[in-house]
Design a protein around this ligand. Structure first.
Ligand SMILES: [Zn+2]
Length: 385
């Protein structure tokens, strides 16, 4: 019977030392098996050594099949033969084979853990640390955020602080207190997103003036950056949301000359020191008088003509006029001061408002306003950060 136990064991198989896997337990079990049958103990040791010495997981599986496999395993066959043995041998062999089986299963499991761990460390050892690394993708500020930061820097230098107000605004703040007549066309549902009859998405950043003046006493020097909404048909030059920055300066003796000086400084900082400016009258309900600021065209240097090797052509950016419309401004209307509780006899002020998209489009020659909101990295990645 002990000869059968070694069937399938290949003498060429590498042997290992099982007592390194389970030091005390292994010796105890060999001693115990020797008391039952020295030949069983010998067969157990041989199998234990080839399992402990299996060089790969594949070899370990093959050897396990030969000794413990459900069909071909030497121990399985020996256990199946026990009922044929004389009665006095049945107990000795039954207990001995079961003990051997338990021991071999333990050695198989521990050897598998060792082999898996060393396979894992080989994978790590294959790591080539001299290969160049993969750079993580780094984002940058959106071009409109860059323009806004640049303007905030400029106005901060002129003594202005930032004031932010809600994007969802009361009709009264967006229109009424800014001297819009009740039947003004901007209040039409076709032009403005109304949330309910008294609440809307602000159409400009100017409601911030009203909130700031109701909250604070003059003098004030504030800028109001933010997103605004209009119920526009979206096309190359119109979006239903865009960005503005208003400015407001209120004090006991603020004049139109202060407005012109401030906006000239702004124009030279943004469009270059050589730029020329002009003011032309324009109407807004919340200023009196109102003035539109134009700067000389930065593309054709104010000539209206673009010269090239092939000859001259009309400048497409300023449409041949030599001037670019930049922003709206004016002296704060006395009715606005009255609406916030200021006395127009005691304070005066100027205000201005500009579109950030327009500034970015002119500076970077962007043909479509929609590009700013499409989040296409091929577009956004072109701007220096
Ligand atoms: Zn031009």
């Amino acid at each position: 019977m002990t000869d059968d136990l070694l069937v399938g064991l290949d003498p060429a198989w590498e042997r290992g030392d099982p007592s390194q896997l389970i030091p005390d337990n292994h010796r105890e079990r060999v001693a115990e098996l020797k008391t039952r049958d020295p030949l069983l103990a010998e067969a157990y040791e041989r199998w234990a050594e080839v399992l402990a010495g299996a060089p790969t997981i594949r070899d370990l599986e093959q050897r396990t099949t030969m000794v413990l496999g459900r069909e071909r395993g030497a121990l399985t066959k020996a256990l199946a033969g026990i009922p044929k043995l004389p009665i006095e041998q049945r107990r000795v062999w039954g207990a001995g084979l079961n003990s051997a089986k338990l021991g071999l299963e333990g050695i198989r499991d521990l050897r598998r853990v060792d082999l898996e761990a060393s396979a894992e460390s080989r994978t790590t050892a294959g790591l080539d640390v001299t290969l160049p690394g993969r750079r993580p993708w780094v984002g940058r500020r959106h071009v409109l955020a860059q323009v806004q930061d640049e303007l905030l820097d400029l106005f901060h230098g002129l003594g202005y602080s930032v004031y932010t107000s809600p994007e969802m605004e009361l009709d009264e703040y967006n229109f009424g207190k800014l001297n819009f007549a009740p039947d003004h066309p901007a209040r039409d549902a076709h032009d403005t997103y109304f949330v309910d009859p008294a609440v809307l998405l602000r159409t400009h950043t100017s409601p911030g003036w009203v909130r700031a003046m109701e909250e604070r006493e003059p003098p004030l020097r504030l800028v109001f950056p933010g997103r605004v909404y209009r119920a526009e048909q979206v096309d190359a030059s119109h979006m239903d949301q865009f960005h503005q920055m208003d400015g407001l300066c209120v004090g006991p003796d603020v004049s139109m000359a202060d407005l012109k000086g401030t906006l000239d400084t702004f124009a030279r900082a943004i469009y270059g020191a050589q730029v020329r400016t002009r003011f032309i009258p324009i109407y807004f309900p919340f200023v009196e008088p109102g003035a539109q600021l134009d700067v000389s065209c930065v593309i054709c240097d104010g000539t209206g003509v673009r010269r090239s090797k092939d000859g001259s052509s009309r400048c497409a950016v300023c449409k041949g006029t030599g001037w670019l419309e930049v922003l709206g401004s004016g002296m704060v209307h006395p009715n606005v001061f009255r609406a916030v509780g200021y006395d127009p006899e005691k304070v005066s002020g100027f205000a201005f408002g500009m579109g950030l998209e327009r500034i970015a489009m002119l500076r970077y020659d962007v043909p479509e306003i929609r590009l700013f909101l499409e989040n296409d990295l091929r577009f956004l990645g072109q701007f220096p950060s």
